[in-house]
Design a protein around this ligand. Structure first.
Ligand code: NAP
Length: 279
């Protein structure tokens, strides 16, 4: 007789490229949790209905990826503080009282990768974040929680960087600028949260922003998104890394919310790096 297992999944559009089924499959196997996890291609106009159908059909939790992270805020019946700050949801969980909780584990995933996997110190360091889209908004509160000396947000459209810097000013020292106004003093950490790498572009920041001690971290990952990492290496940075660790760590945070156990991440991260040629 087959035993019904708890159902989980990821909603995206497109979603065929998603590594989440692989990651959560390994987590479930390693932790011995009885669950299934699959990817669902959901068009934007169907999103709300499909979420309701998933949960009323016995689903327990969902990851939410592009382009649904903002729509998921409306679908959630309750939000965690970090999801409210991010104004975006990447994880939905059906709680015991049948309330659908919306969380955002992206920022926690990035912080885990930076602090635990890469062993970087953020406190009192100077940070530069390139881009002022959804990813930057999602990681700002957890990053500012580590009390860096300053977070400069630079964006192609400077007004968006200025608006984000103002919106998070109560959490730490922030500044919003256009790329040309980043300055010539090397930063300790530069996080590329633009989608420029996906099209082979590099944000035009002054060369002096990178020094021999600077760590450069691109949220994008994989062989086809190497532009920023190559540029950083050629600029003489200390270390250039892609955001695969953030992806795995945010998944682990979601898994913990759903199942109450945090899986080990090192092996799945190493396996994925090998598989997609990420650095
Ligand atoms: P988004 O909301 O669409 O924002 C895109 C940002 O990139 C905007 O600030 C935009 O500037 C900027 N941009 C786009 N093309 C550019 C170019 N050619 N030159 C300079 N700036 C450019 O996207 P997002 O959701 O924030 O995602 C950003 C990146 O993070 C993506 O590569 C995504 O895959 C990655 N990400 C990774 C993870 C992970 O787990 N590793 C998680 C989340 C996101 P304007 O404001 O001027 O348009």
């Amino acid at each position: 007789m087959s035993v019904a297992v708890d159902q989980y999944g990821v909603f995206g559009h497109p979603v065929g490229h998603s590594f989440s089924p692989f990651i959560h499959g390994v987590f479930a196997r390693d932790t011995g949790e009885q669950m299934s996890y699959r990817a669902y291609d959901v068009a934007p106009q169907e999103f709300g209905t499909r979420v309701q159908e998933f949960f009323s059909g016995g689903g327990r939790g969902l990851n939410i990826t592009l382009p649904h992270k903002i729509a998921a805020v409306e679908v959630a019946q309750e939000l965690t503080g970090r999801a409210a700050h991010a104004a975006a949801v990447n994880t939905l969980a059906l709680q015991d009282d049948n309330v659908i909780l919306g969380d955002n584990t992206d920022g926690a995933g990035l912080v885990r990768d930076l602090c635990d996997n890469l062993r970087l110190v953020i406190t009192q360091r100077r940070l530069l974040i390139l881009g002022a889209g959804g990813a930057t908004r999602g990681v700002l509160a957890p990053i500012l929680g580590l009390e860096p000396a300053i977070v400069v947000i630079a964006n192609r459209t400077p007004e968006r960087a200025e608006a984000l810097a103002a919106a998070f000013a109560d959490l730490g020292v922030t500044q919003g600028v256009g790329f040309a106004y980043v300055g010539d003093t090397p930063f300790d950490l530069i996080i590329n949260a633009t989608s420029a790498s996906l099209s082979g572009d590099i944000p035009p920041i002054p060369a002096g922003a990178v020094g021999p001690e600077t760590v450069c971290y691109d949220l994008a990952y994989g062989r086809s998104a190497m532009a920023f990492v190559r540029w950083a290496q050629q600029s003489g940075c200390a270390l250039a890394v892609q955001g695969l660790g953030m992806l795995v760590e945010q998944a682990a945070e979601s898994f913990r919310l759903w199942r109450g156990v945090r899986p080990e991440t090192a092996e799945v991260l190493a396996a994925l790096k090998r598989r997609i040629g990420s650095v």
